[in-house]
Design a protein around this ligand. Structure first.
Ligand SMILES: Cc1cc2nc3c(=O)[nH]c(=O)nc-3n(C[C@H](O)[C@H](O)[C@H](O)COP(=O)(O)O)c2cc1C
Length: 339
């Protein structure tokens, strides 16, 4: 097997980086080592210390990017063996990075059919279009065949999940530090220097210029707490009207003991899986992250024993496509270790 060169690694990294990441932080970085292996590391400067204190979402995001890399390599017929290094918590590997995985080329691989959908997958944060009955039937049939997803579809179930999501969102947004961190990753003006590159911009949030400016001011100021004390908090964060337009909510769950790298790989495959059927997705991570919300969901939709909720996605047809806002490929690659 020929050695992967630096230019190829940059191309591969850009393809891998089409994967979803929490707040579009894109923490996955790639490097070639002396033995011709590819190393994956998380860039700790992109860690959400308030929203993701344990680093789990960063691990899931790196896992999703890893799946993207495996597909990009397979498209070039390169197979790899993967060592998951997340549990080692190797932060001293290089200052500012946590080593996540090593990919050792092992021979030929077959291209993955899911790779066809990596450019067409996106997060849709607005009302969905109605889905056709045959599209819904295909989705339900597919979810029924998977081991790690549960489909909620009735109006009562969607209304329950929508209310739970709004309540859990308000719980996390009441913390000023959480709001400040979120706003720091929002690009609410087109003149923001990182508008086209990372974080959550107006196009991704489906907001107009004025709406974006108002949201930014409100979240960043004590006005939010004031409005909340007047009982307006829920109205400020409410997404229920949009959530209930989804064709379904998919509860994605994985074994409790699984590394976030492995869960993140499965999460990306899952998202690409329903993208194939013409559905866009809109996650509600708070439903997995706020224990009371996760417990309430588990009561109504029991998960298989030993599984934990990873995320809940609203899914449905989107009326338009959201483009990809990603870092330049060169920023995703670290210089090779000196020989
Ligand atoms: C672990 C994880 C959690 C996420 N949680 C949310 C969420 O709670 N709400 C949301 O709107 N998007 C969520 N997302 C989606 C990301 O914000 C999205 O993937 C990113 O902004 C890139 O946009 P794209 O999916 O359109 O490529 C999550 C993504 C990951 C990987």
């Amino acid at each position: 097997m020929s050695r992967i060169d630096a230019a190829t690694l940059t191309d591969l990294a850009a393809e891998a980086n089409l994967a979803p990441s929490v707040h579009n932080t894109q923490p996955a970085r790639w490097m070639l080592d002396k033995d011709g292996c590819i190393l994956l590391a998380a860039d700790l400067s992109r860690h959400l210390s308030i929203g993701d204190p344990t680093g789990r979402d960063m691990g899931l995001s790196c896992g999703a990017a890893l799946e993207g890399m495996v597909m990009a390599l397979a498209a070039r017929r390169i197979g790899v063996a993967i060592d998951d290094l997340w549990a080692d918590d190797a932060r001293d590997w290089r200052p500012g990075y946590r080593l996540a995985a090593r990919l050792t080329p092992v021979g030929d691989a077959e291209p993955s059919e899911l790779a066809l959908w990596t450019t067409g997958r996106f997060t849709w944060r607005a009302p969905f279009l109605p889905a056709a009955p045959d599209e819904i039937a295909r989705l339900e049939h597919w979810v029924a065949e998977t081991d790690d997803a549960t489909c909620a579809r009735s109006h009562a179930d969607l209304a329950f999940i929508a209310a739970l999501n709004d309540g859990a969102s308000l719980t996390v947004l009441r913390a000023r530090a959480f709001r400040d961190e979120l706003v720091a990753w929002m690009r609410l003006s087109r003149s923001h220097p990182d508008y086209a590159f990372d974080g959550l911009n107006l196009a991704a949030l489906r907001m107009g210029r004025v709406e974006g400016a108002l949201a930014g001011h409100l979240l960043a100021s004590p006005l939010f707490d004031f409005a909340d004390r007047l009982g307006l908090g829920k109205a400020l964060v409410a997404e229920a009207g949009k959530t209930t337009t989804a064709a379904a909510c998919l509860l994605f769950h994985r074994p409790e003991s699984e590394s976030p790298i492995v869960s993140g790989r499965a999460f990306y495959r899952f998202w690409l899986g329903f993208t194939r059927f013409g559905f866009a997705g809109w996650p509600m991570a708070v439903l997995a992250d706020v224990p009371a919300a996760a417990d309430a969901l588990q009561q109504r939709f029991p998960l298989p024993p030993g599984h934990r909720l990873i995320n809940v996605l609203r899914v449905g047809p989107a009326p338009s496509v959201v483009p990809k806002f990603r870092l330049p490929a060169d920023d995703l690659v670290l210089a090779e270790e000196p020989a």
